[in-house]
Design a protein around this ligand. Structure first.
Ligand code: GLU
Length: 444
């Protein structure tokens, strides 16, 4: 069977196995679609069934999370940890607390994480976890009771040399603190078993900013390949969570002008650009209406996305598949030059095709949003060495890692005849490192 036929047969069989797992199949298809030249040059990957092994998580843990609210009523949520691949190091990846969390969504995120972590060059495997619990509208003591209950089961499966969770959507330093506290109580062990901790008890400086800053550094590198820069470029960022806020901050610091951003309620068009000092604090507070009332040069557009606003650089940093083919067409029509993903798989496959056909610079989240997990890796290093690095030191490492991911994407894409294709370069670079480690470690 030729490689193309093998791959299409592989994808059909995968889809038949778990037909309901749509986002997971989307992520697998995206990776597979770029691997033909690698498999042609390295038939051993096919012979050793590397793809078949790589799409099967090493372990999925699913458990009950009972907790009591402030009125004494009992609630039961579902907890999960997907330990996807440990060929390069202990499982590493965030914990997501959001009502949309299912085993399927976490399987997709853990699969992506394996490639992302591989790209960072740090010794990290891939994993992801979470619960269908929503922290919004809950009191701090309810969140604490939930986090303790979550860890009462999860602590059996994690640890500094096994699996190191971190934050993600709905899970920030407060939740990491509660989870770490209970983990320490149950294990009697103060180790860096979580990242995203507060810097006064083991966290790394710059961890909250890392993903967003990394996105802006990556966009800057992409533009530089066309002898361009962020200076004076109009930018749009979706999502006003941690990633969005710090993407806006760094894009602005590097000379960009963020004219549009959005959250669940709608979007803001601000022709003068977000002022990093005066205005960003309102974005962070999460009330776009308040922003528009306060800064009258801006307009609030209820329930409207931002992608129709003309821009040079677009950074989707919200949720998966938020940017579709129609949005992509608008961006291309309005002269967008660069799409740099800040979240995991925010652009639909159709949108990516449109960007690639139009010759835009497009980077997948697994490359451009790897700054967060990279600084988590640096947090682990600091914990092992029992040292704290300064903001400047961490920032220097972060820049170096983002530069090296950028170079890897370009180098691998070119080596396999797909010059300038960041998606192919990221997938091939991430895949090869994991695949070679799996071959070295035998059939386990
Ligand atoms: N949740 C983040 C991500 O998707 C960070 C994971 C980590 O720091 O382990 O990459």
């Amino acid at each position: 069977m030729d490689t193309q036929a093998y791959l299409s047969d592989f994808l059909t069989k995968q889809a038949q196995k778990d037909p309901a797992q749509k986002v997971f199949h989307q992520a697998v298809s995206e990776v597979i679609s770029t691997l033909t030249p690698v498999l042609e040059q390295n038939p051993i990957y096919i012979k050793e069934k590397i793809l078949e092994r790589m799409v099967e998580p090493e372990r999925i843990i699913s458990f009950r999370v009972p907790w009591q609210d402030d009125k004494g009523e009992i609630h039961v949520n579902r907890g999960f940890r997907v330990q996807f691949n440990s060929a390069l190091g202990p499982y590493k990846g965030g914990i997501r607390f959001h009502q949309t969390v299912t085993a399927d969504s976490l399987k997709f995120l853990a699969f992506e994480q394996t490639f992302k972590n591989s790209l960072t060059t740090l010794p990290l495997g891939g994993g992801k976890g979470g619960s269908d619990f929503d922290t919004r509208g809950k009191s701090a003591s309810e969140v604490m009771r939930f986090c303790h209950s979550f860890i009462n089961e999860l602590y059996h499966h994690i640890g500094y040399h096994t699996d190191i969770p971190a934050g993600d959507l709905g899970c920030g330093a407060r939740e990491i603190g509660y989870m770490f506290g209970q983990y320490k109580k149950l294990t009697n062990d103060f180790t860096g078993a979580f990242t995203g901790k507060k810097p006064n008890w083991g966290g790394s400086l710059l961890r909250p900013e890392a993903t967003g800053y990394g996105v802006a550094y990556f966009a800057q590198n992409m533009l530089a390949t066309r002898s361009d820069s962020l200076k004076g470029k109009t930018c749009i960022v979706s999502g006003t969570g941690n990633v969005g806020i710090y993407t806006i901050e760094k894009l602005t610091e590097l000379g960009g002008k963020v004219v549009g951003f959005m959250d669940y309620d709608g979007s803001i068009y601000d022709q003068s650009g977000v002022d990093a000092e005066k205005e960003l604090v309102f974005v962070r507070r999460g009330s776009l209406k308040e922003y528009a009332q306060k800064f009258t040069h801006s307009v609030f557009r209820p329930h409207q996305k931002t992608w129709d606003i003309a821009c040079d650089v677009a950074c989707p940093t919200a949720c998966e598949n938020e940017l579709n083919a129609d949005d992509a067409k608008l961006l291309v029509k309005n002269g967008c030059k660069c799409v740099c993903e800040g979240s995991n798989m925010p652009c639909t496959p159709e949108a990516v095709d449109i960007f690639q056909q139009a010759g835009l610079l497009y980077s997948p989240g697994k490359a451009s949003n790897a700054g967060g997990v990279a600084v988590s890796g640096l947090e682990m290093t600091q914990n092992s060495m029992r040292v704290y690095w300064t903001r400047e030191e961490v920032d220097q490492y972060l820049r170096r890692i983002m530069n090296s991911i950028h170079t890897s994407c370009l180098t691998y894409a070119e080596e396999y005849g797909l010059k300038g294709n960041y998606m192919a370069g990221a997938n091939i670079a991430g895949f090869k490192k994991v695949a070679d480690a799996m071959l070295d470690q035998g059939l386990v």
